[in-house]
Design a binder for this molecule. Sequence first.
Ligand code: HXC
Length: 516
Amino acid sequence: MKQEEKYQLLQQKSEQALLGGGIKRIEAQHGKGKLTARERVELLMDEGTFEEIGMFVTHRCTDFGLENELYLGDGVVTGYGNINGRLVYVFSQDFTVFGGSLSETHAEKICKIMDMAMKTGSPLIGLNDSGGARIQEGVVSLGGYADIFYKNVKASGVIPQISAILGPCAGGAVYSPAITDFTLMVENTSYMFVTGPNVVKTVTHEEVSSEELGGAHTHASKSGVTHFTAKNELECLDMIKRMLQYIPQNCEDQAPVFPYQTDGNELREKLNTLLPSNPNQPYDIRDLIGEITDVDSFFEVHKEYAENIVVGFAFLAGRSIGIVANQPAFLAGVLDINSSVKAARFTRFCDAFNIPLLVLVDVPGFLPGTDQEWNGIIRHGSKLLYALSEATVPKITLITRKAYGGAYDVMNSKHIGADFNFAWPSAEIAVMGPKGAAEIIFKEEIKNAANPAEKLEEKVAEYTETFANPYRAAARGFIDEVISPEVSRIKLIKAFKVLENKVVVMPKRKHGNIPL
Ligand code: HXC
């Protein structure tokens, strides 16, 4: 072959690879409102930075006539490039080739870039769109999945791993995204389930659509499997880019700090009137977060799930922080099973990647009842206690109002390692609310009183006077400073700054045993 012909062959092969499963299947993909694997990668990466690896890989299967059906790249585009100028590795499954199904070689390609991401300490992004295990390959394909799962686990806490679900994701394949740090889904075009509607119907006789069983809305609000939902693929890819701004490259890197311009006025007077005059009235904790953090910087995670707790990333004077906040506007901000698990998982992500934590407290306690007890609120609630206790990143607490009972301890109290504990003058830090407390400890006195209702009122006032304030806790040093709301941002900026060089040495052990 002449030199010129050799170059032509390369050109031909590259062009063939770029077509994936062919024009017809690309059109079908577009017809479903979906982008192709390569279009997604181009949109995700900074322009012109993507470099593909393994473009000419083909499968090795010779069963069912597959030896005659070879597609260059074998259904997955893999490589590296930049997002916001930072190196990331990506794989993007190509639904036009055997429905994006995972063969032995397809898995090898993914594993190869996972290894490279680990070696270079770079985030890994998976764009999933796959019919699952390549059926013609049998167990070889299952092995490929397991290889990926194993590497996902090894990479957990070392490099950030993000999974976008942009089509089907079924069977055991769902467990790779589930192990990664964040999952994103797109409304109406992506779904995840262990078994699809047909199997569900056969086994449980339930009639359910794919969307209802495992669509974006279902996993965002009911199961909590997805952390984000996007209206379309473009929005989904933009969310990934935005999220990466808050996250460092790997566990040895520091959380991002961007240069911050200030007009010198960090007072937030609006905060003085944020709380309703009646302590039992709700308010939206997002209003507080918006005032405290840099303008429009709050990036909420798990927005539709367990809404009684709000978690997400934000910038504070340019510094990336993670926020865990009770939400008084939903179930009075009570802690229950789902909110505990949600906050614990987010806390552990932040701690793994050196992102300092701000915990905002307004919590009436843990949710009582048989439903919670029988489903294990003790087991699940302790996850949050465990996660906040083990976190060694800078940890700051601000109590705005209620901090009652065990929830006071759990929500980043001084006792479990918080570095700074602030409280507003409106804080109520006690074993329980004044009414419940008075009814128990003054039971006899109230019962025997000439006017029990009046007596109860008197005792509630007495308990309120004694305990429904931050000063008992401050007297003990459990609260470092009682601050007026308007200076909250100033205090927090300073506190995170002085904690910049915090070092904690943990006792030697293999790993802890978080109550799973
Ligand atoms: C090989 C597959 C495939 C698969 C789809 N295709 N899934 N090829 N292995 N798993 C091929 C189809 O033959 C078709 O080829 C093309 O991909 C597009 O598929 P369609 O069915 O035409 O597309 P659509 O109607 O959009 O349906 C998509 C689908 C459906 C819902 C994903 O294809 C489907 O149900 N596939 C099987 C899913 C499945 O049961 N997978 C195994 C799950 S078990 P042509 O040539 O016509 O374009 C599993 C275990 C993992 O994954 C365990 C890990 C531990």
